[in-house]
Structures are given as C-alpha cells and as structure tokens.
Design a protein around this ligand. Structure first.
Ligand code: HAM
Length: 416
C-alpha cells in the first residue's frame, strides 16, 4: 500500500471546500485592493533562492528540495513565493520607475522541515507582493488588507507583531552592539554560536534561548533617521486605519531579503507553530536579482494553518437542493433526464444509482442535508407527476414532471 510521503497530505472533501473558500475570499478581497493573480512555476533555478533567501538561512541550508535535472541543471522546488514573483516581474520587463505592481499568488511551497502540527513539507501559501512604492503607506495598506481578509473569514484572536530591522547601514552598527552584548555567549545554544559568525541577527529568533534574547538591545532603537521615519510612518498609518498591532523589538525573519518593516501575525489555536503569516519590506531584492532598483513589500500566509483556525461553518459546502430516488426500470431514465435538466438549470441534484431501498436512500438524503426529495416509481411515471417532499418538515407538493423537462430541453435547444 502506498501512502502520502511523510509530512505531506491529501486535502479531501469537505476540507477541500474550505480551501477553495479561503482562496476565493483572497481573490475577492485582494482584488478590492488592486491586486492581480500571478502563477509561477513550482520549480526554479536553485540560485534564485540562494541569492535571495540567503545561503546561511535554515531554508536554503537545510530545507530545500534540490535536484539535478536531465540537462544537469540544479533546480529547486520553490520553498517560498517572493523570489519567484520578483524573478517573473523582472523577466516580464514590466514597470516604469513610478509604476507600482500588485500581484498575489496561491499555491504549494516545499520545505524539508521536521513534521509537527501545522508544519508540512508541502504546504500552501497565499501571498501578495507590491513592487514599486517605497513609502510607509504601502506597508500599512497591505497590512490593513490582510486584517480585513482575516476578519471577513471570521478568524478571530489574531495579533499583528511589528518591527523594523532597518537597512544594511543601521544593521552594521547594531551588529556591533549585539556582539558586545553577547560577550562570549556562555550558555547559549550551538546554533546561536554558529549564527554569531554567519548571520548574527538570527540569534534574536532563537527559540531555545528566548529569555536571554529579551535582554539583548532592540534593533528598532538603532535605526538611522530615514529608517526610523519609515517605521513611525507605518505605525501612524496603521493607527489611522484602525489596525491594532504590538511592537516586537526582537522580531527578525528567517529570510535574508528584508529591510525596514518586518511583521508576523500569530493566531490563537495554532499551538507551537502559531505564525499564521509573515512578511516585510525587501527594497534590495529586485536589484539583487538583476532587476532595476525597485522597492518591494509583501507577505505570505500559511493556508494549512488558516484552515485549522477557520470557524467551523466557514466554507462548508451547500447541501444539495434535491435528492432523487428511483424505483423500477422505467423510473430511472426519467430520473436521469430530470437530474440532468435541473443540474443544467443550476440546481445541486443528487441522483444515486438504483438498487437500495427507498428508506435507506431517504436516510442518506436526510444525513446529507438535502432540501427536497423526490421519489419516482411506476406510479409517478404513469401519472407524469410526483410529490416533492421538503425534508426539514415533511411538507409535500405534488408537481407535474414531464412539462418541466420538456420545457428545459426545448429552451436549451435539445428538442425542436
Ligand atoms: P515565511 O514566514 O517563511 O515567509 O512563510 C510564511 C508563512 O507560511 C508562515 O507564517 C506559515 O504560516 C507558512 N509556512 C511556512 N512554512 C510552513 C510549513 N513547513 N508548513 C506549513 N506552513 C508553513 C515567506 O515565505 C515569505 N516569502 C513571505 C513574504 C512575502 N515576505 C515578503 N513577501
């Protein structure tokens, strides 16, 4: 027996309906903010990720699904969506200097991570990227959009954590302060000792040494004037838009392309993997990948995690409008024609194969929540009429059958 690969899974009905629901809601809400969908390939040249996400990050150094294809190219299943979107933007050659591109995407990403609740090796993200637009209003507007989206889905108990990690200049000065405060790092974990050399800021993200991290200097206290003004501008615009946030002085992200604004939204009910989404500003990324100098800002949300905290009723499929049960060899073809005509006319119709008793079928209709049921036997065929039964209260309506199907067939042009 074959099973899905470890830390991957099948999304089966009715859960799959909830996935479609959150994706449709994203299209609707993001569209109101002027975003358009982009679809990029599932795999890319490996170098795209090493150069953008950063080769000392966990994602690149430990988690990528990298393989050599038959043409001896090193390819990688995308571990995230920002670098591919920026690559696509550069490749398409779009964007005059003052133009702002707003693109969103939905789809699977791949990271070889330890299996845990809410953490998979194939997981799905809904993300949005703004390329162009350097001002703090861009950051605030996108964050407002995210909060409206979560609100419309009925997701409660979320918290927006906000920080600024400044630009490369602020960070160089801050790194010195950080190294001084770290001293010889007695008692810190092995990962942090390694990070001290190759990615000092990531020490702030250490889960094992969380308490020690709290006593380290905050990067937001070491911003230069321009970065501080940007950060204050984001906070002012969020406050004006009524978006609540908490400042998180030690929030750094696991990808190297960020400058200035970084953020995460956590949600209650997710357990240890409580980051529902994350993102930030990446003003150097477009140029870093060979494009023109353009600022960027975006986020990505983990759909697997979103589904876990969606209100129970959200996105559950509508029950059928009508359940047709047939008895006898003549009734079945009539049932089939009726089902076909009504489905084409827009109704949700269940029409199971013959064989089981009427009683068992009616139980099935009840369990599935169908609104109406119709039992067709020889008597109904002879009369050309049948009783429609409303399952909620047993109310019955006697309806002629043939004229309806005939009318629909004529209108559809299937009969002269
Ligand atoms: P990220 O924080 O690596 O950011 O991922 C964003 C979200 O994807 C996380 O908050 C989480 O909900 C979900 N996620 C990540 N890994 C897994 C996993 N193994 N299983 C389930 N869910 C997961 C990025 O990917 C950036 N590209 C975000 C961004 C867009 N920044 C700017 N634009």
């Amino acid at each position: 027996m074959y099973r899905a690969v470890e830390a991957t899974r099948d999304i089966l009905p009715p859960e799959s309906e909830r996935w479609a629901f959150v994706e449709e809601a994203a299209r609707r809400v993001f569209g109101r903010w002027g975003f358009h969908e982009v679809r990029t390939p599932i795999f890319e040249h490996t170098e795209l990720f090493t150069r953008s996400v950063g080769d000392t990050t966990d994602i690149v150094s430990k988690e990528m699904y990298t393989f050599t294809d038959r043409g001896e190219r090193s390819l990688t299943l995308r571990p995230e969506g920002t670098a591919p979107v920026v690559r696509a933007w550069i490749q398409a050659g779009t964007g005059a200097e003052d133009e702002v591109t707003r693109w969103y995407y939905c789809g699977p990403m791949f990271r070889y991570e330890r299996k845990q609740k809410g953490r998979y090796r194939q997981f799905s993200q809904i993300g949005a990227e703004v390329i162009g637009g350097a001002g703090p209003d861009v950051d605030a507007e996108v964050l407002e959009m995210v909060m409206v989206y979560l609100g419309e889905l009925g997701v409660a108990d979320v918290q927006l954590h906000l920080n600024s990690i400044g630009c490369a200049d602020c960070r160089a000065g801050y790194r010195e302060k950080l190294l001084a405060a770290l001293g010889d790092m007695d008692g810190w974990c092995a990962d942090c000792h390694r990070r001290r050399q190759d990615n000092t800021l990531r020490i702030l993200d250490c889960k094992a040494d969380r308490e020690k991290v709290q006593s380290l200097p905050a990067i937001a206290d070491h911003l230069d004037d321009a970065c501080r003004a940007h950060f204050e501008g984001v906070q002012a615009a969020l406050t004006e838009a009524g978006v609540l946030f908490v400042l998180e002085p030690h929030l750094v992200r696991g990808l190297d392309y960020y400058v200035r604004t970084t953020f995460e939204i956590t949600a209650g009910g997710l357990g240890a993997q409580n980051a529902l989404l994350g993102g930030g500003r990446y003003d150097g990324l477009v140029a870093g990948l060979g494009g023109p100098p353009r600022p960027g800002f975006g986020f990505a949300l983990g759909v697997d995690r979103l589904i876990m905290i969606l209100p129970p009723q959200a996105g559950t499929p509508d029950a059928s409008d009508l359940f047709i049960v047939t008895l006898g060899p003549e009734a079945h073809p009539l049932g089939r024609r009726l089902a076909s005509a009504l489905r084409r006319a827009g109704l949700r119709v269940e029409f199971p194969p013959p064989g089981r008793s009427v009683k068992s079928r009616m139980r099935q209709a009840d369990r599935g929540g169908s609104r109406w049921a119709l039992v067709l036997g020889d008597n109904e065929v002879a009369r050309g009429a049948a009783k429609l039964r409303r399952l909620a209260d047993g109310h019955e309506v006697d309806c002629p059958l043939q004229p309806v199907t005939e009318l629909l067939e004529v209108v559809r042009g299937e009969r002269g």
